[in-house]
Design a protein around this ligand. Structure first.
Ligand SMILES: [Zn+2]
Length: 363
């Protein structure tokens, strides 16, 4: 599928752009919200859409087992199956987290793992992942990637980068005229030299964009920022850049500052599940006694459907009743609010303004 990516403005290393793919047009930087098994932490796609989120990511390894690639294909592909008309990005699981995947199940050809539906042992290869994702019909798909632990020794990461490069070449061989746009996944853990080797190999292939992979194990935000900066410098400027599994507000700000275009994070729903509401003052723990009779909306400057209808006191009551509606409503507000903060950051970049102030109570 043809992907059109137009850079618009740079402010130091931050940037804005417009991404058009099929009928979708996305102003970037933009949030991508994970819906691994086709729902976003108890939220239906329509509820996510109400928060004006434009992009979801799904997990090919889960969906190909449940409900199965054929089922989704026969029912019209991911967009129709989920009733979601925004952007969909499919990605294979980080196979280290698949059931029964052990070190010795990883080969140069792919990964052997246990199929939770049939009990059979399956072989996931760079080629099978492309075939399955092509049938699911997302807008963008990610190659199967060899992700070592971020803190693995140099020699181990070097071997993983070599396998990753082989997998990239194998993946493109399975592209057809019907295939979604394909992103390459850069690896190399925390080693500058290996990050360079990885992108040198991937650059020989005409990927539509790049994921800076292997960041989810990083245990501090300074290291995340260091390796992101270093990796971005190696990437071609005219291609889409994505990071997945952003786990803190500081990492989100780092991604925005370093010119990442697509930022995948489950932070809004993660906070929502713990009853924390995003506001200009930071995260408010709505379960606290001080909100018991508070008639205000979650955030007074918010115009989301939740803030227009419900008080902090009502939402606190739902949390205390352990009713799942409470976290769901707070998650919807958080999705709206964080999406708005990213839109403000986009505007700031367009006007050469710093973005840190927008997130100052969150980091
Ligand atoms: Zn709100």
């Amino acid at each position: 599928m043809k992907l059109d990516f137009k850079l618009q403005h740079h402010a130091e290393t931050a940037r804005t752009a417009q991404l058009t793919i099929g009928r979708q047009t996305l102003a970037t930087p933009s949030l991508i919200i994970p819906a691994p098994a086709l729902a976003v932490h108890d939220l239906a796609p329509a509820e996510v859409k109400r928060s004006q989120i434009k992009g979801l990511s799904i997990d090919e390894s889960i969906v190909s087992q449940n409900p199965g690639t054929e089922t989704v294909r026969d029912l019209g592909g991911l967009h129709r199956f989920m009733a979601w008309d925004g952007l969909v990005i499919a990605k294979p699981s980080d196979f280290r987290h698949l059931p029964l995947v052990k070190k010795n199940h990883l080969t140069k050809d792919g990964v052997r793992f246990h199929d939770v539906k049939t009990g059979a042992v399956r072989l996931m290869t760079p080629q099978t992942v492309i075939e399955s994702q092509t049938e699911l019909q997302p807008d963008i798909m990610l190659m199967l990637s060899q992700t070592p632990s971020y803190y693995a020794p140099y020699d181990y990461v070097e071997k993983a980068v070599a396998i990753n490069s082989t997998w990239a070449a194998a993946a493109v061989q399975k592209l057809t005229a019907d295939s979604p746009a394909l992103f390459g996944v850069m690896q190399g853990a925390g080693f500058a030299q290996l990050r360079k080797q990885s992108i040198d190999a991937l650059s020989k292939i005409d990927f539509s964009g790049y994921v800076i992979g292997g960041l989810s194990d990083i245990d501090n935000d300074e290291e995340f920022d260091r390796i992101l900066k270093l990796s971005v410098d190696l990437l071609p400027a005219d291609k889409v850049r994505m990071v997945v599994d952003v786990q803190s507000s500081a990492q989100l700000v780092s991604a925005l500052k370093n010119g990442i275009d697509l930022i995948e994070t489950s932070l809004p729903t993660h906070w929502g599940r713990y009853g924390k509401a995003l506001t200009a003052q930071g995260l408010l723990p709505i379960k606290k006694a001080r909100f018991a009779a508070d008639p205000q909306p979650l955030a007074e400057d918010c115009h989301c459907p939740v803030c227009e209808q419900y008080s902090r006191a009502y939402l606190r009551h739902l949390l205390h009743m352990d009713d799942s509606v409470g976290p769901r409503l707070i998650s919807q507000h958080n999705l709206w609010y964080l999406r708005q903060l990213v839109s403000q950051a986009r505007l700031a970049i367009m006007h050469d303004q710093p973005i840190t102030a927008i997130f100052e109570n969150l980091i």
